[in-house]
Design a protein around this ligand. Structure first.
Ligand code: ADP
Ligand code: MG
Length: 381
């Protein structure tokens, strides 16, 4: 896709697709449960770095607790290696072999340790790397007459956004910088079309088989996707939107109301959802119904677990989990150069909490144990 008359020579995507089991709240046989997609993250999909460290931490904990039989049941996981490979591949395809990788970060970055995991791999592989905020880039980034991107004297091959997913992150400066980066020849992860593809509105549209078919997907492929795409209603003004609102008001506990936001902590449930849908107001602002989607609410099976948080007492409690799967791709025009599944992220939270999100303070990083059905007794710790 051309943005402002420019086609990027290289496209880089780093994504994470998140899933939850739905068991209507009861523990069932795995075959009776469905793994539904919660959302697709196409910008700043985080925790690939820290998730890669969690495995050795949990193996250490299990060893210390004498639970050796569980150690090998945790599958290997190193998503940051695949993420770094994709970034390095995109940089190699860029015209200047000396060019930098630029990570665009928040001004007050809380997730720096996750980003450092990437930095260390790039450093080991002699890939020059810089982290800059929008404000710093406003002072330092420029395009030459061929639209090559420079920070000072250094050319940039890859722009990797770890900010820029929330409207609050965009002031006049950020918009100005985003425009420069997007118009440059550097591979932007994500570019604007890819970022938009990760919106909840697009996720809702893709639950329609007609939309999937218009993308040229085969019937078999559509049927497979529909096995993970749950019911999502649009709330645009009109008859369909009105019907969706009626369904939500009749059974609020069966739905989640989601605004077009990323980063966790934005969804509305139960009485909050009803309040917004009935008053037509979202806090101080008038509610723009079309800016929300209404999603079937999953009831994942719970298991006993301990969430370790600074400053909070540890106790065993029922927890539910969400599985994220990392993917990366590099494309030159229509030619796919690399397309990999890089690893996973398991996040668990107390059953008592509705919304998830590690940075939002709700969920904690975890690891799955893959237990054959025949070995169920092993699960008894
Ligand atoms: P965000 O882009 O803000 O991360 P998500 O769609 O991932 O938005 O929702 C945030 C969290 O809310 C998820 O991590 C999950 O814990 C919970 N959640 C989202 N969708 C559902 C759903 N359909 N059913 C139950 N919980 C959900
Ligand atoms: Mg999410």
């Amino acid at each position: 896709m051309k943005v402002d008359g420019i086609t990027k020579p290289v496209t880089l995507g780093i994504i994470r697709s998140d899933y939850m089991l739905d068991s209507e709240g009861t523990v069932k046989h795995l075959d009776d449960m469905v793994l539904w997609q919660v959302e697709l993250n196409t910008i700043a999909a985080s925790f690939g770095g820290v998730a890669s460290k969690m495995l050795s931490l949990h193996r250490h904990v299990l060893r210390s607790a004498g639970l050796h039989h569980l150690i090998d049941l945790m599958p290997d996981n190193n998503p940051i290696a695949g993420i770094a490979d994709a970034i390095i591949c995109a940089r190699k395809l860029y015209k200047n072999p000396q060019a930098l990788v630029l990570l665009v970060c928040h001004e007050f970055e809380r997730n720096v340790f996750d980003q450092n995991c990437l930095h260390y791999i790039l450093q080991e592989r002699d890939v020059p790397f810089v982290r800059k905020t929008f404000a710093e880039l406003d002072q330092q980034a420029r395009l030459d007459d061929k639209r090559s991107l420079y920070i000072g004297q250094k050319e940039v091959a890859v722009v990797y956004y770890r900010t820029g997913y929330d409207p609050q992150q965009y002031d006049e400066v950020a918009w100005r910088v985003r425009r420069i980066l997007e118009r440059s020849l550097a591979a932007c992860c994500p570019d604007i079309p890819t970022q938009l593809a990760g919106t909840k509105k697009v996720q809702q549209k893709l639950t329609s088989p007609d939309e999937l078919s218009s993308l040229g997907l085969s019937g078999t492929c559509i049927a497979r996707l529909q096995q993970t795409f749950t019911t999502i209603h649009g709330l645009d003004e009109g008859e369909e939107g009105d019907m969706a609102v009626q369904k939500a008001l009749a059974n609020p506990d069966q739905y989640v109301l989601k605004p077009q936001r990323e980063g966790g902590g934005n969804n509305l449930y139960d009485e909050d959802m009803v309040r917004v849908l009935t008053s037509g107001r979202d806090g101080e602002r008038g509610m723009d119904r079309a800016a929300y989607i209404l999603m079937h609410r999953f009831r994942p099976p719970s298991s006993r677990n301990v969430v370790i948080c600074p400053g909070a007492p540890c106790h065993v409690q029922p927890c539910v989990s969400e599985l994220g799967v990392f993917g990366s791709y590099v494309r030159c025009g229509t030619e796919m150069i690399l397309n990999n599944c890089c690893g996973h992220l398991l996040r668990s939270k107390s059953l008592a909490l509705k919304d998830g999100g590690v940075m939002a303070g709700n969920a904690a990083l975890n690891n799955p144990c893959l237990v054959p059905m025949s070995a169920q007794p092993l699960l008894k710790l």
